[in-house]
Ligand binder design. Structure first.
Ligand code: ATR
Length: 273
């Protein structure tokens, strides 16, 4: 029987996850299908019972449900336990519904392995929304000791500092001035998303050897990323992070580490043009 997998989130129409996972199911000749699953009014009960009854074999969770799903699960493991942010669900051998997090791996695999002398680098995370706990943990796991965070709504920074004591909180109003102090800047806000709002200033005063990471991949280049790229700053968009988180989810479900081949990358890029 064809196994079912899927993703929940809102908005979810434009998710590339079905393309990613169905490509790999095809490549490894696994009889399975990955689809978008609509959730009405944040009601997870159908998805949860389908997982428990093994009608669905695995689910990805994206914004805004990564934290909201937690009370519906039997247990959190690994990075999900540390971040309380879940993006992958499956039933374990004891019939328990498990929440894991592959976003942390996604960020590390995509960019942070390239950071030399991580202990001496200063990072600023811009944004304290759904993806931020995973960004913080990936920086910590990569050996950074100096990690700051700023957010328009400051309370969300305090909430994260309760969990991750290492964080320094920077006032949102000082952002434009502050960015010159950092070796790594990570945009974890929704600023720059296609058809959305953007930063109301250019990132002019940055260090020459800055690394700029955008968690956004739609568009592939946000205005800020494009601006910094033209100034020869080392920039990364969110596409690699997206692919690597998917690779690890696929592994958790199928125990196959799927290859990220050129054809797959070309298909994904063609969808983002
Ligand atoms: P949520 O707020 O539900 O966690 P998210 O998509 O996970 O949603 O996160 C959105 C992030 O982008 C938040 O850091 C948000 O800042 P607030 O916490 O102050 O809302 C940030 N963001 C979105 N629009 C913004 C804007 N116009 N200016 C500054 N930050 C913005």
């Amino acid at each position: 029987m064809t196994k079912k997998f899927g993703i929940i989130g809102n908005p979810i129409k434009h998710s590339l996850s079905p393309l990613l996972h169905n490509y790999w199911f095809d490549k490894y000749k696994i009889d399975a299908k990955y689809s978008i699953i609509e959730v009405q009014d944040d009601n997870f009960s159908n998805v949860i019972s389908d997982l428990k009854n093994e009608k669905i074999s695995g689910i990805n969770i994206t914004l805004p449900y990564k934290q909201k799903i937690v009370p519906h699960l039997d247990m959190l493991v690994n990075d999900a336990e540390i971040t309380s942010s879940v993006n992958t669900l499956y039933l374990n051998n004891n019939g328990k519904l498990v929440g894991d997090n592959t976003d942390v791996f996604g960020l590390q695999a995509a960019y942070l392995k390239e950071v030399d002398n991580a202990e001496s680098k200063k990072a600023l995370i811009i944004g304290a929304g759904g993806v931020s706990p995973s960004v913080i943990l990936s920086l910590i796991k990569s050996g950074l000791k100096n990690i700051s965070i700023t957010n328009r709504t400051k309370e969300k920074c305090f909430f994260l500092k309760n969990k991750f004591k290492i964080l320094n909180i920077v006032d949102w109003k000082l952002l434009k001035e502050e960015i010159k102090k950092y070796d790594i800047l990570i945009n974890a806000t929704s600023l720059g998303l296609k058809n959305g709002e953007d930063f109301d200033f250019n990132f002019e005063n940055t260090k020459n050897n800055l690394i700029y990471i955008d968690t956004i991949y739609n568009p592939l280049e946000t205005r800020t990323l494009k601006y910094l790229k033209e100034k020869d700053v080392k920039v990364f968009n969110g596409l690699d992070m997206f692919i690597y988180q998917g690779q690890k989810s696929f592994y958790l479900w199928n125990k196959i580490n799927p290859e990220i081949d050129q054809k797959l990358i070309e298909i994904l890029l063609s969808k983002l043009k």
